[in-house]
Design a protein around this ligand. Structure first.
Ligand code: SF4
Length: 174
C-alpha cells in the first residue's frame, strides 16, 4: 500500500491508522519506513491515529479532533506537557501509567454525541468538567493563544477564569 501511495511522487502522504491491528514490531517498522520516506523524498506525512504513543513518537504538529471539529492544534511537546483543551486533557489522563497503583482507570465520562444530534453549544459540553452556561448556549470559536489554536471558551475573556485555573491544575501523566 505504501509503495502504491508513493509511486506518483506525491508531496503529501496521508496515512490513515497505518499501524492499527499490527503487532508492535511491525508497527515500529512501518513508522520507521514512513520517517525514512519523509526524510528521503521530502514528503509531508499526515498521520491519522487514535494512538497517542504513535503521536508522541512520530509527529511534529498535532491536531486533536472531536465531533469532526479541530479542538486543539499545537506542537507535539506542548500537547503532551501542557494540553489545553479539556478533551485533550481527558485523553492524556486516560492513559494508564505503570508508576501508580490505582483501583480505577481514568475515563472521559459519557459518550460522543450523534453527528445528527449535536449539542447547541460546545460539542464537548455534556462531558466536560468545566462546562458553564456559556458553553451550553454557544459554540466556541477556534481561538488563537500564542502559537496554539484551541476551541474552548476557557481561553476567552467571556469565561469565568476561576474555572480555568482549575483546568490548568489537572495532573497529566507524561
Ligand atoms: S467550551 Fe466549555 S464545555 Fe467546551 S471544552 Fe471548553 S470549558 Fe468545556
Amino acid at each position: 500500500m505504501i509503495a502504491m501511495a508513493i509511486a506518483c511522487n506525491p508531496e503529501l502522504l496521508i496515512a490513515d491508522e497505518p499501524t492499527t491491528a499490527l503487532d508492535v514490531t511491525i508497527q515500529a517498522q512501518i513508522l520507521s519506513l514512513l520517517k525514512e520516506l519523509q526524510n528521503n523524498l521530502g514528503l509531508a506525512v499526515m498521520l491519522i491515529t487514535h494512538d497517542l504513543g504513535v503521536v508522541a513518537e512520530t509527529c511534529d504538529e498535532v491536531v486533536v479532533m472531536y465531533c469532526g471539529q479541530v479542538v486543539e492544534h499545537t506542537d507535539v511537546d506542548t500537547l503532551f506537557n501542557n494540553p489545553k483543551h479539556p478533551y485533550t486533557q481527558g485523553l492524556l489522563k486516560s492513559i494508564p501509567t505503570i508508576h501508580e497503583d490505582v483501583d480505577e482507570l481514568e475515563t472521559i465520562l459519557g459518550t460522543v454525541p450523534s453527528p445528527t444530534d449535536l449539542p447547541v453549544g460546545c460539542n464537548f459540553a455534556p462531558r466536560c468538567p468545566f462546562a458553564k452556561e456559556l458553553c451550553i448556549q454557544e459554540a466556541p470559536p477556534l481561538l488563537v493563544e500564542n502559537d496554539d489554536k484551541i476551541r474552548c471558551w476557557m481561553y476567552s475573556d467571556r469565561y469565568d477564569h476561576s474555572s480555568r485555573e482549575e483546568a490548568m491544575k489537572i495532573d497529566i501523566p507524561v
